[in-house]
Write a protein that binds this ligand. Structure first.
Ligand code: NDP
Length: 283
């Protein structure tokens, strides 16, 4: 068997075209979706991420602003910035680029964002709503994965889903979303015993660990859907996933590639939720 490759890049391109039309419709009603990204300090990876988000927003016609602040900014100053942006009607989405400098408590900052404008879906109110089955803003990576599963017509109900990784931004919300679609969900992590045996039970295997090529074919049930969230660099600096794709694709039924799999969907869902947030303001 050779796995069907699930292209996040293709789905992203499709969703981008739909979103462009949505933005045009909103503009006809005098609403321009707005996204503000707050960047504190000079972290070079963060600067690249922020540039990519700004570029994508501009392509879609979303009003996008990046507010840059010096590394030495205080927590109180940043809280004041968030307060101002919460009240600014031009912005339907607020994103604080992580990591923040060490002297700033990022939990405190993320909790200060108005939940309606929390397009990253990290606010405790949004997390709580997801857990009680009333999602509003959803963390973008797992949301993007759900869109991919839908696009490739993967049947979720009654299936065994195993999520490896329990972070607040990927693993936990991923498990909740699969549960909402009536999968039987197992969450595995670094203390899980016999990980390969647990993973091999999965019809749908989501891998969000952060260890390059850790998941070999011995972890995969024949025909399983394997979603590789990992973004790691190998010794040559090449981007690789958590899944050893060359051998897993011989066993799996479906597989997401790295790059062009889950990655492009994350940024797409960020834009998607910004537009959703702008639409809600119309109602
Ligand atoms: P975290 O480091 O926050 O979480 C990693 C999880 O993997 C933890 O729950 C940890 O367990 C578990 N883990 C670590 N080692 C093992 C092991 N040997 N066996 C089983 N479980 C293990 O990472 P994130 O969730 O933030 O990210 C995971 C990966 O996904 C990273 O490579 C990251 O770069 C990538 N990522 C990609 C995105 C995209 O857009 N494509 C977006 C976000 C992340 P424990 O809790 O016990 O420590």
């Amino acid at each position: 068997m050779v796995a069907t490759i699930m292209s996040g890049k293709l789905l992203s391109d499709e969703l981008n075209e739909e979103m462009k039309l949505e933005v045009i419709k909103l503009k006809e009603k005098n609403v321009t979706p707005g996204l503000v990204v707050v960047l504190v300090g000079e972290d070079s990876a963060s600067q690249t991420y922020v540039r990519n988000k700004e570029k994508r927003a501009n392509t879609l016609g979303i009003h996008s602003v990046v507010e840059k602040y010096p590394e030495k900014m205080t927590e109180m100053e940043l809280l004041r910035v968030i307060d101002r942006l919460n009240k600014d009607d031009h912005f339907h989405g607020i994103l604080v680029q992580l990591p923040l400098p060490k002297h700033i408590d990022s939990t405190k900052i993320l909790n200060a964002i108005r939940p309606e404008k929390d397009v990253d879906g990290f606010h405790p109110i949004n997390m709580g709503k997801l857990v009680i089955g009333q999602p509003e803003r959803i963390p973008c990576t797992p949301y993007g994965i759900m869109k991919l599963l839908q696009r490739y017509e993967i049947d979720i109900e009654g299936k065994n889903a195993v999520v490896i990784g329990r972070s607040n931004i990927v693993g936990k919300p991923m498990a909740q979303l699969l549960l909402m679609k009536n999968a039987t969900v197992t969450i595995a992590h670094s203390k899980t015993k016999n990980l390969a045996a647990v993973a091999k039970e999965a019809d749908i295997l989501i891998v969000a660990i952060g260890r390059g090529h850790m998941i070999t074919k011995d972890f995969v049930k024949p025909g399983a859907v394997v979603i590789d969230v990992g973004m790691n660099r190998d010794e040559n600096g090449k981007l690789i996933g958590d899944v050893k794709s060359d051998e897993v694709q011989e066993v799996a039924g479906h597989l997401t590639p790295v790059p062009k799999g889950v990655g492009p969907m994350t940024i797409t869902m960020l834009m998607y939720q910004t537009i959703e947030s702008a639409k809600e303001l119309l109602n």
